[in-house]
Design a protein. Structure first.
Length: 485
């Protein structure tokens, strides 16, 4: 079991892109065309980790949004467990990506901002100056892919990385292609680079780690095809696959036939028909991958995890009943969809049956711990993670859940938020603002929209949660803003 923590040089961009492409083709050519192996009794499952970009908690029909069409993901929920109180490690993308690929909290990694923190994110009248943040995952960091590759897994990455800095760096030893996924434990990297969003969703994509294929094809479909090709090439091996879609992140582009389905249907739950089409396009692509998994006989021995890197951006989607959105520590910024299908653990006749709904609060790093647990990868005695495996929970046990902590000491690109930290403990959530040291306290059991601040009514509880948050910030050596005024 994974326990919870208590307390290159770079070549040219073109050469790196060609190397990735040639390596991928080589994998397809070398693997023999033979029948699928029977993996049902294998001790290690395949692992498919699907993470969307900016998909909000209410962006699925199975979450209650009947304006959207997500039949594949809804079906996944019926086959597994849907978590109602799942959280991203951060309200923005890069910190969560770093957290889930390492199992470490963003505060500990010091990767706490969506890329490099730059002056245009800072309000002129700001009372505090955000701390310097790392935005490149160091090569010495041990990733899930490193650990699983050592355990015999074939490792493939498909989609958004955003942990490598500039793709054409001034110093290729500090950022750039030398820090792409193929240098962080992955055998194959398709489309993973320094970009936070694609220049376009249509081929030619202008993504340096993705070669053009068919002009006009949609990016999410392309990533699904490449994922399927990797599964076909490695079907006789145990696989760890990250399908981290760029969708539904900006720019807002989708296939015309899908946009047409949503035109004229705007209202609560759908602000923009293009966004609705992006959600459905994502669902369709996931269906392509899951159908191939069935065809190859891999589904019964595959742990599938579906989640998002942060809450939905309010400019694109309707997060209600949650408050606010991406870049904020309110629920709309950090509560995300999470579905886990694990046939070896969740099955008819077992303590937790398919279609179950789980209300225990969980966080991104728990997924890292669960993946390592599923693969029977043990840490060295001097190592630990900031998450805890969800296996006992998925087997019907209800272990005590410690508090969840959040640290976002920055202004987001929209500059509408306030730097702060937060703690979720049981039914209560406290937010501490770093600009004026004010606190807010909410009872999420009957106030999911965080409308009634209880800090004045429950001062002792607020003080205790605030003290826990402060201790955690010290323990993780979290960097805090400096006061300007």
């Amino acid at each position: 079991m994974i326990r919870q923590r208590n307390t290159h040089s770079g070549g040219s961009l073109v050469k790196e892109s060609l190397k990735v492409f040639i390596t991928f083709l080589g994998a397809l050519l070398i693997m023999p065309a033979c029948p699928a192996a029977d993996q049902a009794g294998a001790s290690q499952p395949n692992i498919l980790l699907i993470m969307t970009d900016d998909m909000g908690w209410m962006d699925l029909r199975c979450q209650g949004n009947d304006r959207l069409n997500t039949p594949v993901i809804d079906g996944l929920a019926r086959q597994g467990v849907r978590f109602t109180d799942a959280y991203s490690a951060s309200p923005v993308c890069s910190p969560t990506r770093a957290a889930i690929i390492t199992g470490m909290a963003p505060a500990r990694l010091r990767i706490t901002q969506h890329g490099e923190d730059i002056p245009r994110f800072w309000p002129e009248d700001r009372p505090v100056q955000p701390p310097a943040a790392e935005h490149v995952l160091p090569l010495e960091t041990v990733t899930l892919a490193n650990r699983l590759k050592e355990a015999g897994y074939a490792t493939g990455f498909f989609g958004k990385w955003h942990l490598s800095g500039d793709d054409v760096p001034a110093d290729p030893t500090a950022s750039g292609p030398a820090f792409w996924p193929e240098h962080q434990g992955f055998d194959i990297n398709i489309a993973g680079c320094g970009l936070g969003g694609p220049p376009t969703y249509f081929d030619p994509y202008r993504i340096p780690a993705l070669q053009p294929r068919r002009q006009g094809e949609y990016l999410t479909d392309r990533l699904a095809d490449d994922t399927v090709a990797f599964m076909e090439a490695n079907r006789r091996r145990t696989m760890f696959i990250c399908l981290w879609t760029y969708n539904p992140h900006y720019p807002f582009e989708a296939p015309e036939e899908l946009i047409a389905k949503y035109q004229g249907t705007e209202g609560p739950g759908l602000k923009n028909p293009i966004y609705g089409a992006q959600i459905e396009a994502t669902d369709r692509a996931i269906g392509t991958v899951l159908d191939a998994m069935d065809r190859l006989g891999l589904a019964d021995n595959t742990l599938v995890i579906f989640t998002s890197d942060n809450g939905g951006w309010e400019g694109a989607t309707d997060n209600r009943p949650l408050r606010s959105g991406k870049g904020e520590l309110y629920e709309g910024g950090i509560r995300v969809p999470l579905i886990i299908r694990w046939p070896d653990v969740i099955a008819p006749g077992k303590p937790v049956a398919p279609g179950a709904i789980e209300t225990t609060p969980v966080i991104s790093m728990d997924l890292s711990a669960t993946i390592l647990d599923a693969a029977h990868v043990e840490l060295d005695p001097n190592e630990s993670l900031d998450g805890t495996t969800l296996r006992p929970l998925l087997m019907g046990d209800k272990p005590a859940r410690g508090p969840l902590f959040f640290h976002y000491p920055h202004y987001a690109w929209h500059r509408a938020n306030r730097p702060g930290g937060a703690i979720r403990s049981g039914r209560y959530k406290l937010i501490r603002r770093y600009d004026d040291h004010s606190i807010e306290l909410y009872d999420l059991s009957d106030d999911i929209g965080e409308q009634k601040d209880l800090a004045g009514e429950e001062p002792e509880l607020a003080a205790e949660l605030d003290a826990q948050l402060r201790r955690w910030l010290v323990e993780t050596k979290a960097q805090l803003p400096a006061r300007l005024k």
